[in-house]
Design a protein around this ligand. Structure first.
Ligand SMILES: [Zn+2]
Length: 283
């Protein structure tokens, strides 16, 4: 089966320019990731509602015109107004743009800011796709976790825990799989070890063998709290029983079993934080 593609439009490119009626003008360019030269953008859009990928006008999703100051200038006979207009456009492919225009009278000093989303495509098993784009995609297509690279899966789980335990520190153990752990979540003086398993046969339950191994790693490391995350459909009764026994004996104090369904719930809960990319550029 072909690996699905994910569209990442969290990166942006910003151009700013200003000019006055005496003709002086200047411009500057910024990028969300200064090292990224692959901008896919034209130098300053004059048609800022035209999606460069679909080559068709995108939908206006936001429009605001504000009159900031209304004053009588010395030596002038009419009222002058400073105004700001902000427009946002979004295409169904995910591309977006935010265009804001500030006008200062009486010199017609105009400053224009154009921020456009940069659309990039990644195969779902890519290590380079941003976690923001990945979570956005998985919130709508949770079954796509089955395609993720195991390392990306660990980073995704780390990112989820960062949301669930605000202020915690997530430490990735990487390829070394430090003593049987993929991640650690550190909250003030509490440490929890985390194991993440992306299973190929997701209909099979997560068995007791892998759980025993992880419990053993916790005991060896002297870590009393653990979280086991799996893409398997459920944990077997023997696996749950093994955890209960160790908890009852007081050898560990905390253990959480997160199966496929709970993982999907977690993926869906925090998606509002990663709302439409253009909204972050309205001010
Ligand atoms: Zn488009």
């Amino acid at each position: 089966m072909k690996t699905p593609e994910i569209l990442d439009y969290s990166q942006w490119h910003l151009e700013f320019r200003w000019k006055s009626d005496v003709g002086i003008w200047s411009s500057s360019i910024r990028h969300s990731d200064p090292s990224n030269k692959d901008t896919d953008t034209e130098p300053f859009y004059d048609i800022y509602n035209l999606c460069p990928f679909c080559k068709r006008p995108s939908e206006q999703v936001y429009r605001d015109i504000r009159y900031l100051v209304d004053r009588m200038e010395v030596g002038h006979t009419s009222w002058t107004e400073d105004s700001r207009s902000v427009h946002a456009y979004s295409c169904s492919c995910g591309w977006w743009s935010v265009h804001s225009n500030d006008l200062k009278e009486p010199d017609d000093l105009t400053s224009t800011t154009l921020t456009v989303g940069i659309l990039r495509r990644f195969p779902l098993d890519s290590l380079d796709v941003s976690l923001t784009a990945l979570r956005h995609y998985l919130a709508q297509n949770p079954d796509a976790v089955d395609y993720l690279h195991p390392t990306k899966m660990e980073h995704l789980v780390g990112d989820l825990f960062q949301d669930f335990y605000p202020g915690c520190e997530v430490v990735h153990c990487g390829r070394t799989n430090d003593g049987g752990f993929d991640l650690f979540v550190v909250m003030s003086d509490v440490i929890r070890g985390i194991q993440v398993k992306r299973r190929v046969r997701t209909d099979k339950g997560e068995g007791v063998k892998a759980i025993r191994e992880f419990l053993g790693a916790m005991l060896v490391a002297g870590i009393s709290g653990g979280i086991y995350v799996t893409t398997a459909d459920h944990f077997t009764d023997q696996a749950k029983e093994a955890v209960n026994q160790v908890l009852m004996r007081g050898a560990i104090t905390y253990f959480d079993l997160i199966d496929r369904h709970r993982l999907f719930d977690m993926l869906g809960l925090f998606v509002s934080k990663h709302s439409q990319s253009w909204q972050r550029h309205i001010y």
